[in-house]
Design a protein around this ligand. Structure first.
Ligand SMILES: O=C(O)CCC(=O)C(=O)O
Ligand SMILES: [Fe+2]
Length: 226
């Protein structure tokens, strides 16, 4: 399941983050990449030792963890620190699959990457190209969202970023280990949760809504790994 999560960041927050990012510490994205992806990757990334990295990264992580749609769809267990990338002058990232096991560079913890996220930090009219193209079981999807919006997709999906031929595309990207490793189970839990929410809004906490909520938690109890 690919899910568009609107307004993770308000416009004012995007502007502040962009301003902090515009000035500091971009390095070649190849530094943090394995040999296969390195063949197809041409972009810049914010150096994780830059003084602006930690506060900006924490801001993105907190905004996502506060967003009810992100929490319901991703069921986060452990999140790797959000990173920042920048594509311009034909910069792109060809087809690849993200590494399944990644090490948190600050804690040394090994994290299984179940869900990939991109938070867009430019509006679509600020640049040409730069679409995130991701495949899932239903086909190929082209994603280019408003600044402050995010897309989440299974980390097992083949994906790429098209060349940016005008302007600059800046984004934050990150990986999360989910409580529920299986993408199909996560998507079923998400649909059930959203339906229960609508029923609660329509009918209140009727006995049936409480029973369905119990069913949701029983499934989570069966499927969650902590
Ligand atoms: O820039 C993006 O939207 C995705 C970046 C990406 O796929 C990666 O860094 O692995
Ligand atoms: Fe990727």
């Amino acid at each position: 399941m690919l899910l568009h999560i609107p307004q993770v960041l308000a416009q004012a927050e995007v502007a502040e983050i962009r301003q902090a990012l515009d000035t500091q510490g971009w390095v070649d994205g190849l530094r943090s990449t394995g040999p296969q992806a390195a063949n197809v990757k041409r972009n810049l990334q914010l150096d994780t030792s830059s003084p602006v990295f930690a506060p900006l990264s924490q801001r993105i992580a907190q905004a996502l963890q506060r967003h009810p749609l992100f929490v319901s769809a991703v069921l986060p267990a452990t999140m790797l620190p959000p990173m920042f990338n920048r594509y311009e002058g034909g910069g792109h990232y060809g087809n690849h699959i993200d590494n399944t096991i990644q090490t948190d560079r600050f804690t040394g913890q090994k994290v299984r990457t179940d869900v990939s996220t991109t938070v867009f930090l430019n509006d679509p009219d600020e640049y040409e190209g730069g679409e995130l193209i991701a495949e899932d079981s239903f086909g190929t999807h082209e994603i280019k969202l408003d600044a402050g919006d995010a897309i989440v997709y299974p980390s097992t999906s083949l994906h790429r970023v098209e060349p940016v031929t005008r302007g600059v595309r800046v984004a934050s990207f990150l990986w999360t280990q989910s409580l529920v490793r299986d993408a199909w189970r996560r998507s079923m839990l998400f649909e059930l949760d959203m339906t229960i929410l609508k029923l609660r809004n329509q009918f209140g906490d009727t006995a049936e809504v409480v029973a369905l909520t119990g069913h949701y938690h029983k499934l989570l109890q069966q499927w969650a790994e902590t």
